[in-house]
Design a protein around this ligand. Structure first.
Ligand code: PLP
Length: 365
Protein backbone atom coordinates (compact mmCIF):
# COMPACT_ATOMS: atom_id res chain seq x y z
CA UNK A 1 0.00 0.00 0.00
CA UNK A 2 1.30 3.50 -0.82
CA UNK A 3 2.11 5.87 2.04
CA UNK A 4 -0.53 8.03 3.68
CA UNK A 5 1.03 11.19 2.23
CA UNK A 6 0.78 9.84 -1.32
CA UNK A 7 -2.77 8.62 -0.77
CA UNK A 8 -3.78 12.04 0.57
CA UNK A 9 -2.81 13.61 -2.77
CA UNK A 10 -4.63 11.08 -4.96
CA UNK A 11 -7.56 9.77 -2.89
CA UNK A 12 -10.91 10.04 -4.66
CA UNK A 13 -9.52 11.88 -7.69
CA UNK A 14 -9.84 10.56 -11.23
CA UNK A 15 -9.36 12.82 -14.27
CA UNK A 16 -12.61 14.00 -15.81
CA UNK A 17 -13.63 11.51 -18.54
CA UNK A 18 -15.06 14.19 -20.87
CA UNK A 19 -12.27 16.76 -21.06
CA UNK A 20 -9.45 15.07 -19.17
CA UNK A 21 -9.25 17.83 -16.55
CA UNK A 22 -6.94 16.59 -13.80
CA UNK A 23 -9.35 17.92 -11.20
CA UNK A 24 -12.91 16.73 -11.94
CA UNK A 25 -15.63 19.32 -12.51
CA UNK A 26 -17.78 20.51 -9.59
CA UNK A 27 -21.24 19.06 -10.25
CA UNK A 28 -23.29 22.05 -9.15
CA UNK A 29 -26.66 20.57 -10.02
CA UNK A 30 -29.81 19.70 -8.12
CA UNK A 31 -31.08 17.01 -10.50
CA UNK A 32 -30.19 14.78 -13.49
CA UNK A 33 -31.88 14.25 -16.85
CA UNK A 34 -33.62 10.90 -17.28
CA UNK A 35 -33.53 9.41 -20.77
CA UNK A 36 -36.82 7.59 -20.03
CA UNK A 37 -38.92 7.35 -16.89
CA UNK A 38 -36.73 5.82 -14.18
CA UNK A 39 -33.66 5.62 -16.44
CA UNK A 40 -30.68 7.62 -15.24
CA UNK A 41 -26.90 7.27 -14.90
CA UNK A 42 -25.85 5.17 -11.89
CA UNK A 43 -27.47 6.39 -8.66
CA UNK A 44 -27.88 9.91 -10.05
CA UNK A 45 -31.59 10.72 -9.92
CA UNK A 46 -31.57 13.66 -7.49
CA UNK A 47 -28.68 15.53 -5.84
CA UNK A 48 -29.70 15.02 -2.19
CA UNK A 49 -29.38 11.29 -2.85
CA UNK A 50 -26.30 11.35 -5.07
CA UNK A 51 -23.72 13.83 -6.32
CA UNK A 52 -20.41 13.00 -8.04
CA UNK A 53 -18.46 15.76 -6.24
CA UNK A 54 -19.74 14.48 -2.89
CA UNK A 55 -19.03 10.87 -3.83
CA UNK A 56 -15.42 11.83 -4.73
CA UNK A 57 -14.94 13.43 -1.30
CA UNK A 58 -16.54 10.42 0.41
CA UNK A 59 -14.24 8.05 -1.45
CA UNK A 60 -11.21 10.10 -0.34
CA UNK A 61 -12.30 10.34 3.30
CA UNK A 62 -13.00 6.62 3.40
CA UNK A 63 -9.60 5.81 1.96
CA UNK A 64 -7.77 8.04 4.46
CA UNK A 65 -9.69 6.75 7.52
CA UNK A 66 -9.65 3.07 6.38
CA UNK A 67 -13.43 2.73 6.07
CA UNK A 68 -16.39 4.00 4.04
CA UNK A 69 -17.41 7.63 4.44
CA UNK A 70 -20.68 9.53 4.33
CA UNK A 71 -20.44 13.34 4.15
CA UNK A 72 -22.72 15.78 5.94
CA UNK A 73 -23.36 19.51 6.00
CA UNK A 74 -21.51 19.99 9.33
CA UNK A 75 -19.75 18.01 12.03
CA UNK A 76 -22.83 18.22 14.20
CA UNK A 77 -25.05 16.98 11.37
CA UNK A 78 -22.71 13.98 11.11
CA UNK A 79 -22.91 13.35 14.87
CA UNK A 80 -26.69 13.69 14.79
CA UNK A 81 -27.04 11.24 11.90
CA UNK A 82 -24.97 8.62 13.70
CA UNK A 83 -26.77 9.06 17.03
CA UNK A 84 -30.27 8.84 15.54
CA UNK A 85 -29.32 5.85 13.41
CA UNK A 86 -27.86 3.85 16.31
CA UNK A 87 -29.80 4.93 19.42
CA UNK A 88 -33.50 4.64 20.29
CA UNK A 89 -35.72 5.99 23.06
CA UNK A 90 -34.52 4.59 26.38
CA UNK A 91 -30.96 4.02 25.15
CA UNK A 92 -27.86 5.43 26.81
CA UNK A 93 -24.55 6.89 25.60
CA UNK A 94 -21.28 7.36 27.47
CA UNK A 95 -19.72 10.76 26.78
CA UNK A 96 -16.34 12.24 27.72
CA UNK A 97 -16.48 14.66 30.66
CA UNK A 98 -14.84 17.29 28.52
CA UNK A 99 -15.97 17.46 24.93
CA UNK A 100 -16.99 19.92 22.24
CA UNK A 101 -19.88 21.97 23.69
CA UNK A 102 -22.01 21.55 20.57
CA UNK A 103 -21.91 17.75 20.81
CA UNK A 104 -22.98 18.00 24.44
CA UNK A 105 -25.80 20.42 23.53
CA UNK A 106 -27.03 18.11 20.75
CA UNK A 107 -27.44 15.29 23.26
CA UNK A 108 -28.33 17.24 26.41
CA UNK A 109 -30.80 19.66 24.81
CA UNK A 110 -32.13 17.87 21.71
CA UNK A 111 -31.83 14.10 21.93
CA UNK A 112 -32.77 13.80 25.61
CA UNK A 113 -36.19 15.05 24.52
CA UNK A 114 -36.46 11.85 22.47
CA UNK A 115 -35.56 9.73 25.49
CA UNK A 116 -31.79 9.38 25.09
CA UNK A 117 -29.87 9.21 28.37
CA UNK A 118 -26.16 9.88 28.91
CA UNK A 119 -23.34 9.68 31.45
CA UNK A 120 -20.28 11.95 31.43
CA UNK A 121 -17.06 10.20 32.39
CA UNK A 122 -13.33 10.96 32.42
CA UNK A 123 -12.34 8.60 29.60
CA UNK A 124 -8.64 8.78 30.41
CA UNK A 125 -9.69 6.46 33.26
CA UNK A 126 -10.63 3.23 31.45
CA UNK A 127 -12.01 1.68 34.65
CA UNK A 128 -14.41 4.62 34.97
CA UNK A 129 -15.33 4.27 31.29
CA UNK A 130 -16.11 0.56 31.72
CA UNK A 131 -18.10 1.23 34.90
CA UNK A 132 -20.31 3.77 33.08
CA UNK A 133 -21.54 1.14 30.57
CA UNK A 134 -25.04 -0.14 31.30
CA UNK A 135 -27.15 -2.79 29.52
CA UNK A 136 -28.82 0.13 27.69
CA UNK A 137 -25.57 1.71 26.44
CA UNK A 138 -25.50 1.79 22.64
CA UNK A 139 -22.57 4.14 22.05
CA UNK A 140 -19.35 4.98 23.86
CA UNK A 141 -18.60 8.39 22.34
CA UNK A 142 -14.88 9.13 22.49
CA UNK A 143 -13.34 12.48 21.63
CA UNK A 144 -9.54 12.43 21.56
CA UNK A 145 -7.79 14.73 22.04
CA UNK A 146 -10.72 16.34 23.85
CA UNK A 147 -11.96 19.85 23.13
CA UNK A 148 -10.84 22.00 24.94
CA UNK A 149 -8.68 20.27 27.60
CA UNK A 150 -6.72 18.14 25.11
CA UNK A 151 -6.95 14.95 27.14
CA UNK A 152 -5.86 11.89 25.17
CA UNK A 153 -7.95 8.72 25.38
CA UNK A 154 -6.49 5.28 24.64
CA UNK A 155 -8.77 4.22 21.76
CA UNK A 156 -7.54 0.62 21.62
CA UNK A 157 -7.90 0.34 25.40
CA UNK A 158 -11.44 1.75 25.24
CA UNK A 159 -12.36 -0.74 22.50
CA UNK A 160 -11.03 -3.63 24.63
CA UNK A 161 -12.91 -2.49 27.74
CA UNK A 162 -16.14 -2.09 25.77
CA UNK A 163 -15.73 -5.61 24.31
CA UNK A 164 -15.11 -7.01 27.80
CA UNK A 165 -18.22 -5.26 29.16
CA UNK A 166 -20.38 -7.07 26.58
CA UNK A 167 -18.76 -10.37 27.54
CA UNK A 168 -19.70 -9.75 31.19
CA UNK A 169 -23.40 -9.85 30.34
CA UNK A 170 -24.02 -6.09 30.29
CA UNK A 171 -26.01 -6.45 27.05
CA UNK A 172 -25.15 -6.05 23.35
CA UNK A 173 -21.74 -4.51 22.77
CA UNK A 174 -22.00 -0.72 22.45
CA UNK A 175 -20.38 0.91 19.42
CA UNK A 176 -17.17 2.84 19.98
CA UNK A 177 -17.38 6.11 18.05
CA UNK A 178 -14.36 8.43 17.91
CA UNK A 179 -14.53 12.14 17.10
CA UNK A 180 -11.20 12.39 15.26
CA UNK A 181 -11.46 16.11 14.46
CA UNK A 182 -8.47 17.23 16.55
CA UNK A 183 -6.11 14.36 15.68
CA UNK A 184 -7.00 13.82 11.99
CA UNK A 185 -6.13 10.54 10.22
CA UNK A 186 -2.55 11.78 9.89
CA UNK A 187 -2.05 11.15 13.62
CA UNK A 188 -4.72 8.59 14.51
CA UNK A 189 -6.93 6.20 12.53
CA UNK A 190 -9.50 4.89 15.04
CA UNK A 191 -10.99 2.25 12.71
CA UNK A 192 -7.54 0.61 12.53
CA UNK A 193 -7.56 0.59 16.37
CA UNK A 194 -10.87 -1.30 16.49
CA UNK A 195 -13.38 1.57 16.75
CA UNK A 196 -16.71 1.17 14.91
CA UNK A 197 -17.06 4.67 13.51
CA UNK A 198 -15.18 7.94 13.13
CA UNK A 199 -16.83 11.36 13.16
CA UNK A 200 -15.23 14.51 11.76
CA UNK A 201 -15.95 18.16 11.66
CA UNK A 202 -14.34 18.63 8.22
CA UNK A 203 -14.70 22.35 8.94
CA UNK A 204 -11.41 22.05 10.85
CA UNK A 205 -8.13 20.44 9.78
CA UNK A 206 -9.50 18.39 6.89
CA UNK A 207 -10.81 21.47 5.07
CA UNK A 208 -7.92 23.35 6.62
CA UNK A 209 -8.54 26.89 5.33
CA UNK A 210 -11.44 28.21 7.46
CA UNK A 211 -13.64 28.58 4.39
CA UNK A 212 -16.12 25.69 4.65
CA UNK A 213 -18.41 23.97 7.16
CA UNK A 214 -18.81 20.20 6.80
CA UNK A 215 -18.78 16.84 8.53
CA UNK A 216 -18.44 13.12 7.92
CA UNK A 217 -18.99 9.70 9.44
CA UNK A 218 -16.65 6.89 8.42
CA UNK A 219 -17.49 3.28 9.30
CA UNK A 220 -15.87 -0.04 8.50
CA UNK A 221 -19.01 -2.15 8.89
CA UNK A 222 -21.07 -2.26 5.69
CA UNK A 223 -24.44 -2.22 7.49
CA UNK A 224 -23.46 0.85 9.52
CA UNK A 225 -22.23 2.58 6.36
CA UNK A 226 -25.50 1.78 4.55
CA UNK A 227 -27.43 3.05 7.59
CA UNK A 228 -25.55 6.34 7.46
CA UNK A 229 -26.26 6.71 3.75
CA UNK A 230 -29.93 6.08 4.42
CA UNK A 231 -30.07 8.79 7.12
CA UNK A 232 -28.05 11.19 4.94
CA UNK A 233 -30.74 11.00 2.26
CA UNK A 234 -33.75 10.64 4.57
CA UNK A 235 -32.81 13.55 6.86
CA UNK A 236 -31.15 15.53 4.10
CA UNK A 237 -28.27 17.29 5.88
CA UNK A 238 -26.03 17.01 2.80
CA UNK A 239 -23.05 19.24 1.99
CA UNK A 240 -23.19 21.28 -1.22
CA UNK A 241 -20.93 20.34 -4.14
CA UNK A 242 -18.65 23.36 -3.78
CA UNK A 243 -18.18 22.65 -0.06
CA UNK A 244 -17.27 19.05 -0.94
CA UNK A 245 -14.76 20.31 -3.50
CA UNK A 246 -13.13 22.58 -0.88
CA UNK A 247 -12.80 19.82 1.73
CA UNK A 248 -11.45 17.43 -0.89
CA UNK A 249 -8.87 20.01 -1.98
CA UNK A 250 -7.87 20.45 1.67
CA UNK A 251 -7.19 16.73 2.08
CA UNK A 252 -4.41 16.85 -0.51
CA UNK A 253 -2.14 18.96 1.72
CA UNK A 254 -3.31 17.55 5.06
CA UNK A 255 -0.05 15.71 5.97
CA UNK A 256 2.07 18.78 5.16
CA UNK A 257 -0.20 21.10 7.09
CA UNK A 258 -0.40 18.81 10.14
CA UNK A 259 3.41 18.73 10.32
CA UNK A 260 3.53 22.54 10.22
CA UNK A 261 0.71 22.86 12.80
CA UNK A 262 2.65 20.56 15.14
CA UNK A 263 5.86 22.56 14.65
CA UNK A 264 4.03 25.76 15.61
CA UNK A 265 2.33 24.14 18.60
CA UNK A 266 5.64 22.70 19.86
CA UNK A 267 7.26 26.16 19.81
CA UNK A 268 4.22 27.88 21.35
CA UNK A 269 3.79 25.34 24.16
CA UNK A 270 7.55 25.41 24.96
CA UNK A 271 7.37 29.21 25.30
CA UNK A 272 4.18 29.13 27.40
CA UNK A 273 5.74 26.67 29.87
CA UNK A 274 8.31 29.36 30.76
CA UNK A 275 5.94 32.38 30.71
CA UNK A 276 5.04 34.05 34.03
CA UNK A 277 1.40 33.73 35.15
CA UNK A 278 0.73 30.81 32.76
CA UNK A 279 -0.28 27.42 34.16
CA UNK A 280 -1.52 24.04 32.95
CA UNK A 281 -0.04 24.23 29.42
CA UNK A 282 -1.38 21.36 27.34
CA UNK A 283 -0.26 20.07 23.94
CA UNK A 284 -0.71 16.36 23.21
CA UNK A 285 2.55 16.22 21.20
CA UNK A 286 0.84 16.23 17.78
CA UNK A 287 -1.61 18.47 15.91
CA UNK A 288 -1.89 22.23 16.45
CA UNK A 289 -4.13 22.62 19.50
CA UNK A 290 -2.69 24.10 22.70
CA UNK A 291 -4.51 25.19 25.85
CA UNK A 292 -3.32 27.01 28.96
CA UNK A 293 -4.68 28.92 31.92
CA UNK A 294 -4.03 32.53 32.87
CA UNK A 295 -5.97 34.87 35.22
CA UNK A 296 -6.19 37.47 32.39
CA UNK A 297 -7.49 35.01 29.77
CA UNK A 298 -9.94 37.46 28.19
CA UNK A 299 -7.38 40.29 28.06
CA UNK A 300 -4.76 38.09 26.36
CA UNK A 301 -7.27 36.79 23.81
CA UNK A 302 -8.16 40.38 22.90
CA UNK A 303 -4.53 41.55 22.59
CA UNK A 304 -2.98 39.07 20.15
CA UNK A 305 -2.70 40.24 16.55
CA UNK A 306 -1.47 37.18 14.61
CA UNK A 307 -3.74 34.88 16.59
CA UNK A 308 -7.20 36.05 15.50
CA UNK A 309 -9.88 36.08 18.19
CA UNK A 310 -12.41 33.63 16.74
CA UNK A 311 -14.21 30.35 17.34
CA UNK A 312 -13.21 27.27 15.32
CA UNK A 313 -9.78 25.76 14.65
CA UNK A 314 -7.70 23.81 12.19
CA UNK A 315 -7.18 26.47 9.52
CA UNK A 316 -3.78 27.57 8.24
CA UNK A 317 -4.12 30.82 10.23
CA UNK A 318 -3.78 30.87 14.03
CA UNK A 319 -6.86 31.45 16.19
CA UNK A 320 -7.31 32.19 19.89
CA UNK A 321 -10.43 31.83 22.03
CA UNK A 322 -11.74 31.59 25.59
CA UNK A 323 -13.85 28.39 25.58
CA UNK A 324 -15.95 29.20 28.64
CA UNK A 325 -17.17 32.44 27.04
CA UNK A 326 -17.20 31.28 23.40
CA UNK A 327 -17.31 27.66 22.12
CA UNK A 328 -18.35 25.96 25.38
CA UNK A 329 -21.16 28.13 26.75
CA UNK A 330 -23.52 25.19 26.30
CA UNK A 331 -21.68 23.14 28.96
CA UNK A 332 -21.82 25.95 31.57
CA UNK A 333 -23.37 24.67 34.81
CA UNK A 334 -23.00 20.99 33.77
CA UNK A 335 -20.39 18.43 34.83
CA UNK A 336 -18.61 19.20 31.55
CA UNK A 337 -18.09 22.90 32.41
CA UNK A 338 -14.66 24.37 31.57
CA UNK A 339 -12.58 26.82 33.67
CA UNK A 340 -13.12 30.53 32.98
CA UNK A 341 -9.36 31.23 32.81
CA UNK A 342 -8.71 28.67 30.04
CA UNK A 343 -7.40 29.84 26.66
CA UNK A 344 -7.48 27.58 23.60
CA UNK A 345 -5.08 28.17 20.72
CA UNK A 346 -5.30 26.76 17.24
CA UNK A 347 -1.70 27.16 16.08
CA UNK A 348 -1.58 27.77 12.33
CA UNK A 349 1.23 27.27 9.85
CA UNK A 350 2.83 30.71 10.18
CA UNK A 351 6.49 31.05 11.21
CA UNK A 352 6.54 29.62 14.77
CA UNK A 353 8.82 32.44 16.06
CA UNK A 354 6.23 35.01 14.93
CA UNK A 355 3.49 33.18 16.83
CA UNK A 356 5.63 33.06 19.97
CA UNK A 357 6.37 36.79 19.60
CA UNK A 358 2.65 37.58 19.33
CA UNK A 359 1.88 35.66 22.53
CA UNK A 360 4.87 37.15 24.35
CA UNK A 361 3.61 40.66 23.55
CA UNK A 362 0.01 39.86 24.57
CA UNK A 363 1.16 38.31 27.88
CA UNK A 364 3.51 41.22 28.68
CA UNK A 365 0.94 43.99 28.18
C1 PLP B 1 -14.22 18.19 18.27
C2 PLP B 1 -15.38 18.77 17.50
N1 PLP B 1 -16.33 17.95 17.04
C3 PLP B 1 -17.39 18.41 16.35
C4 PLP B 1 -17.55 19.76 16.08
C5 PLP B 1 -18.75 20.25 15.33
O1 PLP B 1 -18.42 20.57 14.02
P1 PLP B 1 -19.21 21.62 13.12
O2 PLP B 1 -18.94 22.97 13.70
O3 PLP B 1 -18.62 21.40 11.75
O4 PLP B 1 -20.65 21.25 13.19
C6 PLP B 1 -16.57 20.66 16.53
C7 PLP B 1 -16.72 22.10 16.28
O5 PLP B 1 -15.97 22.92 16.79
C8 PLP B 1 -15.46 20.16 17.27
O6 PLP B 1 -14.51 20.96 17.75
Amino acid sequence: MTSFRTRAVHAGLRPDPTYGSVIPAIHQTSTYRQSAVGEFVGDYDYARSANPTRFALEEALGELESGRAVAFSSGLAAAHALLVHVARTGDHVVLPSDLYGGTFRLIDKVLVQWGLDYTLVDQTDLDALAAAITPRTRIVWVETPTNPLLNVVDVRGAVERVAASAGSGAGARPLVVVDNTFATPVNQRPLELGADAVVHSTTKYLGGHSDVVGGAVIASDEALYEGMRFVQNAVGSVPGPFDCFLVHRGLRTLPLRMAAHAESAAAVSAFLRTAPGVSDVRWPGFSGMVSFRHPDAIGIAQRTTLFTLAESLGGVESLIEVPQAMTHQSVEGSDAAVPADLIRLSCGIEEPADLVGDLRAALAA
